[in-house]
Design a protein around this ligand. Structure first.
Ligand SMILES: Cc1cc2nc3c(=O)[nH]c(=O)nc-3n(C[C@H](O)[C@H](O)[C@H](O)COP(=O)(O)OP(=O)(O)OC[C@H]3O[C@@H](n4cnc5c(N)ncnc54)[C@H](O)[C@@H]3O)c2cc1C
Ligand code: SF4
Length: 555
């Protein structure tokens, strides 16, 4: 069997930051490496907020692996970081500088199409020198097995390929992790959903409106009563000539509240606080969405099986450190550590030991403790138990809680800046909604601006995206169209909405023999491949074939 297939020493699946870091490290060590990416271009399927961090304590950072990264592939260095606690028009702003600078060497704003395609060009050059290269428009659809053992990958567009190591950097909707039994679409509370708008800025506007120099940037975060009780928050990051404005919410909370993601984003876009920054003009360049894993709950403690090693979102390694989101840097670190583990194992003539070595490195380098902090497991999770969470919420909103917050005054800012506290915050309304709202009500000042922005309608947002629709090959099959099984997707799908007929999921009443059945129907043509419905609806969910589906220009 083995002789029948093309063989590489290493196959890396996915050309996001995790895959790029793995491939660069393998190639530098002379490992023959083939990288397979399903998008027409690296980055065309990817979305992030996005600030990429270089952590002081991390063994690998993106600029060390790719010299020239910051000059060529990122936008602005973000040096200022604020969080706005909002209650109606009342806003209390805290400087998050200390939390942001904690363990941070630098943080740059990025757009994924630009960043990932730059990385891919570098990776292609490096891997070609070892006899491999990077191929786009190839979707890996499963694992090649010899007996029960994983020995390679199978693809839609190519014959099966064998490898001594397979690094799955295929992101949050990893089909390889699922095929290996290392990830399942489990519960909505293990995921966040992010929705984002990239907004055009006239020349010089960022410097003028945000009071920053030409190469400097700023990050603004938002929480409080802006988001209709859905647990999560908003962000605004300055790029070179655009803004990334978005929201990230716990998926279970979106599902429970039957919230519509694009409406929650619009709540932020139309808040008076954004008036001066948006300058009355609003030109939305791109609308996008994606799931991300909550590493506190799903970062896999042993992310390997046989020759398959998972890195980045595929291994659940996306950290929400309070309001700060760190996924790209962890994907970079894990990708490089997985590659390093293979190189070590190969030098000892025992490539089968790569997985074990990778796990040991994740532990030894402190990565696992950042992803799944012990203090969250011991204290944070306790706060999520229903009665405890309700009691904490009630106390915060009580006369006593309000008096305590009033008395704290600006000292509350230092609590927001504590990495220790942020690492054990329970995922409840208290942290995301109640505390920020009470802070704004007790300590805030009203914002004067009149925000006249009218965000685009959903059909314009979808219509402006680029699609290469795979007629006749739907990548999602609805297994159960009963409303009880799949109805949540009608609202939680970021390109569907109740009362809107042009998106992916719709509900209808179908009459049969005098009874009426409430059912869901699906049209995947406008799908942005976010992954949400794989968790909240009863579906068979896969990626579209290579190059097909949505193509982001920015990400
Ligand atoms: C709204 C939002 C805001 C975020 N904000 C931030 C932030 O500010 N900072 C931060 O660090 N992180 C942020 N993240 C998280 C961050 O984007 C991810 O953690 C990070 O991209 C993970 O990197 P990765 O390399 O593991 O996967 P990805 O970047 O998802 O890359 C996976 C790659 O694999 C490819 N692929 C997938 N399946 C296949 C297949 N079967 N065959 C071939 N190729 C395949 C994909 O096309 C893609 O290119 C945010 C995410 C979202 C959605
Ligand atoms: S159909 Fe599913 S994957 Fe596609 S955009 Fe809607 S929720 Fe996301």
């Amino acid at each position: 069997m083995t002789d029948d297939y093309e063989h590489y020493e290493a196959v890396v699946v996915g050309a996001g930051p995790g895959g790029a870091a793995a491939a660069a490290t393998l190639a530098r060590n002379g490992v023959e490496t083939l990288v397979l990416e399903r998008g027409v271009d690296a980055g065309s399927k990817n979305v992030s907020g996005g600030l990429i961090y270089a952590e002081e304590s991390s063994p690998y950072t993106i600029d060390e692996l790719f010299p020239g990264f910051r000059e060529e592939a990122s936008d602005r260095e973000v040096t200022e970081h604020y969080i706005h606690n909002v209650a109606g028009r009342e806003v209390k702003t805290f400087d998050l500088g200390e939390l942001h600078h904690h363990d941070t060497e630098w943080a740059d704003s990025v757009l994924r199409r630009k960043m990932d395609s730059w990385l891919a060009r570098e990776v292609h050059e490096m891997t070609r020198e070892t006899g491999g290269g990077l191929l786009t428009e190839v979707r890996v659809n499963g694992l090649l097995r010899e007996g029960a053992e994983i020995v390679g990958v199978t693809c839609d567009e190519l014959d099966p390929i064998e490898a001594d190591v397979i690094i799955a950097a295929d992101g949050v909707n990893s089909e390889l992790a699922r095929d290996a039994g290392l990830m399942d679409w489990e519960e909505p509370d293990e995921w966040f959903q992010g929705v984002k708008a990239v907004v055009d800025m006239p020349e010089g506007a960022i410097e003028g409106r945000f009071d920053v120099d030409g190469d400097e940037g700023v990050a603004h975060l938002f929480s409080g009563d802006l988001f209709e009780n859905v647990r999560g928050g908003g962000f605004l990051y300055t790029n070179d000539e655009s803004l990334s404005i978005g929201t990230v919410f716990h998926l279970d909370s979106i599902a429970d509240e039957r919230a519509e993601p694009q409406e929650l984003l619009d709540n932020l876009l139309t808040h008076p606080l954004l008036t001066d920054w948006l300058g009355g003009e609003y030109d939305e360049l791109e609308y996008s969405a994606k799931l991300v894993p909550d590493s506190k709950k799903v970062a896999h403690p042993s992310p390997y099986r046989d020759r398959l090693l998972l890195v980045g979102d595929a291994a659940g390694q996306m950290q929400a450190q309070g309001p700060i989101i760190k996924g790209m840097n962890h994907a970079v670190t894990a990708g490089a550590l997985a590659a390093e583990a293979f190189v070590d194992a190969r030098s000892r003539g025992d490539t089968d030991a790569a997985g074990e070595r990778y796990v040991a490195k994740l532990e030894a380098e402190g990565v696992m403790d950042k992803l799944r902090p012990t203090r969250y497991r011991t204290l944070g999770k306790l706060g999520e138990v229903g009665p405890v969470a309700s009691a904490m919420d009630a106390v915060t909103d009580s006369v006593v809680g309000r008096a305590a917050i009033s008395a704290l005054g600006d000292r509350a800012e230092s609590l927001f800046n504590s990495p220790f506290l942020m690492g054990m915050l329970p995922d409840t309304r208290m942290g995301y909604v109640t505390v920020p709202t009470v802070i704004a009500e007790e300590l805030g000042e009203p914002v004067d601006g009149l925000n006249t922005v009218e965000p685009p309608e959903l059909d314009d947002r979808i219509g402006d995206l680029t699609y290469d629709v795979d007629e006749g090959n739907p990548h999602i099959e609805l297994r159960d169209n009963a409303f009880a099984a799949s109805g949540t997707a009608v609202t939680a799908c970021p390109v569907s909405a109740e009362d809107f007929g042009g998106g992916c999921y719709r509900d209808e009443y179908v009459g049969t023999n005098g009874t009426e059945e409430h059912v869901v129907s699906l049209d995947t043509q406008p799908c942005v491949e976010c992954g949400t419905c794989a968790v909240v609806a009863d579906t068979d969910w896969t990626h579209p074939r290579g190059g097909k589906g949505v193509e982001y220009e920015r990400g």
